[in-house]
Design a protein around this ligand. Structure first.
Ligand code: PLP
Length: 379
């Protein structure tokens, strides 16, 4: 089965009790047993829920994994992966990634004895000085949020294997439509399904997908023991979102390409970060591991003081000023004060994330309307 068919059919079968074609929202906390221990595979809804099961199977299928696990948010999924580690273990992470991931690493897990090294994942050689026999996990995003840099997943996976470390790729920006990290040797894929997978800005959700049954068992144990599970209605919404991922992503990519080039040709715009430009540093790797380049990008104005950037951020009408990304509607954001405010300024600026950087999540509206909106805002 190809991806487009899996997105619609994987994990979903007519409801056994009624034949309902859409997986019902099993809004229940528990399941009746005929006698102690005699049940239909469902005992308590933190542990199992049929709506969640359907979604988990669909998620595994579309990422090319053998299992998938759903969580209450992308951060809950990240939290579960970090709980695989023990005090003294070390993690190597990208120095350009979602601010909340940086925050949970440094502000939550450092105090439990984990040690984090942040490196430039664009260059696999930058891992070498910090890789050691305590390295248990390598964590990257590709493309990164918000600088759109690319990690060579296969090259980093080779290093991870050599050092017996796990490689986890946050595939939120690409979505499984554009990239399947497991196929390039990653051990775990994590998503904020709040974004492209849900696709309609109406649900917060996270997931982990992998192939190793031992990792599945450990993560399933953490999912059930710690309890950061999603409700069935949220699972239903993500399952519904998945069914149109391919058609939405096609349009995100088309609109993204048009807007990235339009921005680049605009005399008032400074630097545009989008991984589909042939002269962008990660282009060759992106072409190898991605099927297209998506609708996420960031840019600065030629006049890169804060004031003109704030004016653009406050003057768009179709691009709504809001955190998040990946929905059908276009969003504009200011990473320094919004999504990445939890990263200390000096660390942000060192990674190229200037105070004046503007991020776009290009939606699936008519692209000429979107360009006209940016045009009037940039002036
Ligand atoms: N990973 C990336 C790349 C994100 O952009 C986000 C949220 O913006 C997350 C993870 C966290 O996901 P959630 O907001 O669903 O907890």
């Amino acid at each position: 089965m190809r991806l487009e068919t899996k997105l619609i059919h994987a994990g979903v079968r007519p409801d056994p009790s009624t034949g309902a074609i859409m997986t019902p929202i099993y809004q229940t906390s528990t399941y009746v047993q005929a006698a102690p221990g005699q049940h239909k595979g469902y005992e308590y809804a933190r542990t199992q829920n049929p709506t969640r099961d359907a979604l988990q199977q669909a998620l595994a299928a579309i990422e090319g994994g053998s299992w998938g696990l759903s969580f209450a948010s992308g951060m809950a999924a990240t939290d579960a992966i970090l709980k695989l580690l023990s005090p003294g273990d070390e993690v190597i992470a990208a120095n350009d990634m979602y601010g909340g991931t940086y925050r949970i690493f440094t502000k939550v897990f450092e105090k439990y004895g984990l040690r984090f090294h942040f490196v430039d994942m664009q260059d696999p050689a930058s891992l070498l000085p910090v890789l050691n026999d305590r390295t248990r996990l390598i964590w990257t995003e590709t493309p990164t949020n918000p600088m759109m840099t690319i990690t060579d997943i296969a090259a980093v996976a080779t290093l991870a294997k050599k050092h017996n470390a796990l490689l986890c790729v946050d595939n939120t920006f690409a979505s499984p439509y554009l990239q399947n990290p497991l196929a390039f040797g990653a051990d775990l894929v994590v998503h904020s399904a709040t974004k492209y997978l849900g696709g309609h800005s109406d649900v917060v959700h996270g997931c982990i997908i992998g192939n190793d049954p031992a990792l599945e068992e450990r993560l399933r144990f953490i999912q059930n023991s710690c309890g950061a599970v999603p409700g069935p209605q949220d699972c239903f919404l993500v399952l519904r979102g998945l069914k149109t991922l391919h058609v939405r992503m096609q349009r995100h990519c088309e609109n993204g390409r048009a807007i990235a080039h339009w921005l680049r040709n605009n005399p008032k715009v400074g630097k545009v970060h989008w991984c589909g430009f042939e002269d962008s540093p990660g282009y060759e790797v992106a072409r190898r591991q991605m099927r297209d380049f998506g609708g996420m990008m960031s840019f600065t104005l030629k006049d890169d003081r804060m004031e003109p950037a704030i004016k653009v951020l406050s003057s768009t009408h179709l691009f709504s000023l809001a955190e998040s990304l990946g929905g059908v509607e276009s969003l504009i954001g200011h990473p320094a004060s919004m999504t990445h405010a939890s990263i200390p300024r000096e660390d942000r600026v060192r990674g190229g994330l200037l105070d004046s950087l503007i991020r776009l999540s290009v939606g699936i509206e008519n692209v000429e309307d979107l360009i006209a909106d940016l045009d009037q805002a940039i002036g």
